[in-house]
Write a protein that binds this ligand. Structure first.
Ligand code: AVI
Length: 354
């Protein structure tokens, strides 16, 4: 799809709404039949959930976005100088770009430095991609920015890039501590997968939230305006709408707390009363006791040594760590290192660091 030759996107995989609803239903049934019960945080991001997440990123208590903005503003120029424009054109790839607000900081630096690059956001949602590309068009119309979005999952996008554009190095952004929503084992599996698709010498800029005062971390997920509460409850609203369920959204506590045993803030929905929930799409009923929790999200927090270990296990080499002034958040820059056997071996080691 072309929105002018500078601003385009290509659909690699069409979202299949029926299949997505079927998968949601399978996951919800499995989660509500488990003990303890759980629902996947990947389902937070329907239209309303994405808008609420946007509001979260603007909250005083939710320091993560502010810190990463600061990092990109402070270090944007040195990132450009170090990793771009050494005679090789670059794809600035972004995984799950959202509205691309933070990325605009880097785009402006790169345009100013006149380096040869194109911006390649990858997103599974065509409507989100269209909005992003149109927003960039209105903001960067008069610049030399080349934007070439890819609609598909990360694997589709990166595989397509690696097979089509040999002459370009890839510099991949995975911002916002999204990696923190994976279990440690799945984070390594995901990053290894990235290293395997990317080419030797490609780089990854990975945002990660650092360990700090547990109260500061907890408040970020128990904000005073209760936006995160609405974000968490929206999961039930989505299930009501898409799976014809009858969750009573007034009968739940939103609760988030820091777990030092796994270095993560855990979010839950806790039933205020004994209740039964009917899932109309499947005809199944689920019982909950008073004060029974449903786990909805882990947001992992890291020490630098954890991140160094994760890089090594994923087959990447640490180039540098970039911090905000308080050292609350880090943007790590890692290089794909083919010689590291971790990225190429199939299924070994995983149990050692799960
Ligand atoms: C997207 N992700 C990094 C956010 C986080 O901090 O775990 C999602 C979020 N959940 C509650 N607030 C924000």
């Amino acid at each position: 799809m072309s929105l002018g030759c500078q601003f385009r996107y290509k659909v690699l995989r069409q979202e299949d709404a029926t299949e997505a609803t079927r998968q949601l239903e399978l996951d919800v049934i499995a989660g509500l039949q488990s003990q303890p019960k759980h629902l996947s945080s990947t389902y937070f991001y329907d239209q309303e959930g994405s808008a609420l997440y946007q509001q979260i990123t603007e909250l005083d208590e939710y320091y993560l976005t502010r810190c990463e903005f600061e990092i990109l503003k402070t270090h944007g120029k040195s990132i450009c100088d170090r990793y771009f424009g050494h005679g090789q054109p670059v794809n600035l790839v972004e995984l799950g770009a959202g509205d691309g607000r933070k990325t605009r900081v880097l785009l402006k630096e790169l345009l100013e430095a006149q380096v040869d690059f194109q911006y390649v956001p990858i997103d599974i949602s065509e409507s989100a991609m269209k909005e992003l590309v149109m927003g960039l068009k209105s903001e960067f119309q008069d610049s030399h920015l080349q934007c070439f979005g890819l609609v598909g999952d990360y694997k589709d996008g990166l595989q397509w890039l690696s097979s089509q554009q040999h002459f370009r190095k890839n510099f991949v952004l995975f911002l916002g501590s999204s990696i923190g929503n994976f279990t440690r084992e799945n984070a390594i599996r995901f990053l290894r997968g990235l290293a395997q698709i990317l080419r030797d010498g490609d780089e990854l800029l990975l945002g990660a939230d650092l360990l700090k005062d547990p109260m500061i971390m907890t408040r970020a997920y128990m904000d005073s305006k209760q936006v995160t509460r609405r974000f968490n409850l929206n999961l039930l609203k989505r299930i009501n709408r898409e799976l014809k369920a009858d969750f009573d959204c007034n009968e739940w506590y939103h609760y988030a707390f820091y777990r030092s045993d796994i270095q993560a803030v855990e979010s839950q929905l806790i039933s205020k009363v004994p209740q039964q929930v009917y899932l109309g799409s499947s005809g199944l009923r689920f019982s909950l006791e008073a004060f029974e929790p449903i786990h909805t999200e882990y947001s992992h927090k890291y020490l630098l040594q954890d991140l160094k270990q994760i890089a090594a296990y994923s087959g990447m080499q640490c180039c540098e760590f970039l911090f905000d002034e308080n050292k609350w958040f880090v943007d790590c820059i890692w290089k794909v290192d083919c010689h590291n056997s971790a990225s190429k071996s199939s299924n070994d080691q995983q149990h050692q660091y799960s």
